[in-house]
Design a binder for this molecule. Structure first.
Ligand code: NAD
Length: 340
């Protein structure tokens, strides 16, 4: 195809086919908690869509999957509007792409950020599902899934059964209004036990901890959620009225002090070499952690610079997810070869 030619009928058809495929897989993954293909296969499909759009920008509609946060709001839950929008993350799949992203972000910071020092906060990318916890004066008032980023699903009763999620923050001078973004997951050890239990009860085991976590949190009956070994780590913020912190790392220290679970796997750094070391370290040790990861997230630590860099309709411009190459593993339980 020639980029300067009007797309032919065949290109339009191929584009529509890929859009429909991405939508079908998003529905299976986010709404049904039952993906039909591996994440690596989905990522390849999504990349193909991005490439088609780069070649034929005139095909890109406002509701293209590349312009939206992936999830949906199931009719089984009450919809709730987040105070501040929730975003996805831009993915890169090689260290070269990551370096190019870091160089672009550094150039933007130099343009926008004046003389603020640029520091990176690197942390593992937890393979779970995003939640938004709203605290008013330290009291948990609502928990929701990410949904389409603007509106999520009310899962407050289910969140109340997760011991990692405090119903009341400890301490004084708590922010008037605070949206905590975290990842709910099932630890590797808990996943093994849960699947053994499912099999013993004659039920189908979960394909992976991410599906188990999503299926367990998005239950109509909180008693079912309560029986599942769900955990959570905090990784971001939405509304933050009255929060006295200038960076992501300062915020983590405050949140930990208030009793919120902050991941032990993060580090603040000021060079790309340190970022590469972090990626190498967790690439080697990814199966020694408490939970599964599918990559490393690199964020600009300073809130002022985060604000200056801003967002697209789908992702923040101040963060990126480096995805590790897929591994082929043999799962004894399912006795099939799957990509994770
Ligand atoms: P994403 O999962 O690539 O990244 C965004 C999410 O990462 C955030 O919303 C947050 O919940 C999570 N996250 C975990 N650790 C984090 C941390 N430390 N800091 C910040 N965020 C962190 O994007 P997405 O839009 O949620 O989903 C896309 C991914 O989901 C795909 O890359 C694919 O792997 C998977 N997916 C798979 C299928 C399938 O059919 N298998 C379908 C849809 C999506």
């Amino acid at each position: 195809w020639q980029p300067d030619q009007l797309p032919s009928e065949a290109v339009r058809e191929e584009y529509q086919r890929v859009v429909d495929e991405v939508r079908r897989h998003r529905h299976a993954y986010y709404t049904e908690d039952a993906p039909l293909i591996s994440d690596a296969e989905y990522d390849a499909l999504y990349r193909h869509l991005e490439e088609l759009e780069a070649l034929h920008p005139e095909l890109v509609a406002n509701d293209s999957p590349t312009q939206e946060v992936g999830g949906e709001v199931s009719a089984a839950f009450t919809p709730v509007r987040h105070l501040q929008r929730m975003y996805s993350l831009e993915d890169v799949f090689s260290l070269e792409e990551l370096q190019a992203w870091v160089e672009r972000a550094t150039a933007s910071v130099a343009r926008l950020g004046g003389d603020r020092p640029l520091r990176w906060l690197a942390e593992v990318k937890i393979d779970g599902l995003a939640v938004n916890l709203l605290y008013r004066n330290g009291e948990l008032v609502r928990a929701a899934t990410r949904g389409d980023g603007t509106t999520g699903e009310d899962i407050t009763h289910n969140a109340l059964t997760i011991k990692d999620i405090p119903t009341r923050l400890a301490g004084s001078n708590l922010p008037a209004e605070l949206e905590i973004r975290g990842e709910v997951f099932i630890a590797t050890s808990g996943f093994r036990e849960l699947n053994e239990q499912m099999v013993a009860e004659g039920k189908a085991p979960f394909a992976n901890p991410r599906n188990a976590a999503a299926g367990s949190l998005r239950q109509k009956d909180p008693a079912v959620t309560a029986r599942r070994p769900l955990s959570m780590f905090v990784h971001g913020l939405g509304a933050r009225e009255g929060l006295a912190a200038g960076s992501q790392s300062e915020t983590y220290a405050l949140l930990r002090g208030w009793g919120l679970p902050v991941s032990p796997y993060f580090q603040v750094m000021d060079s790309f070499e340190q970022v590469l070391d972090f990626i190498g370290h967790f690439g080697q040790h990814r199966h020694d952690l408490l939970h599964e990861i599918d990559g490393i997230v690199i964020k600009v630590d300073d809130f002022g610079l985060q604000r200056a860099l801003g967002h697209t309709s789908r992702v923040p411009r101040w963060a990126v997810a480096y995805k590790y190459p897929p591994e082929e593993v043999h799962t004894k339980l399912l006795d099939i070869r799957v990509n994770v």
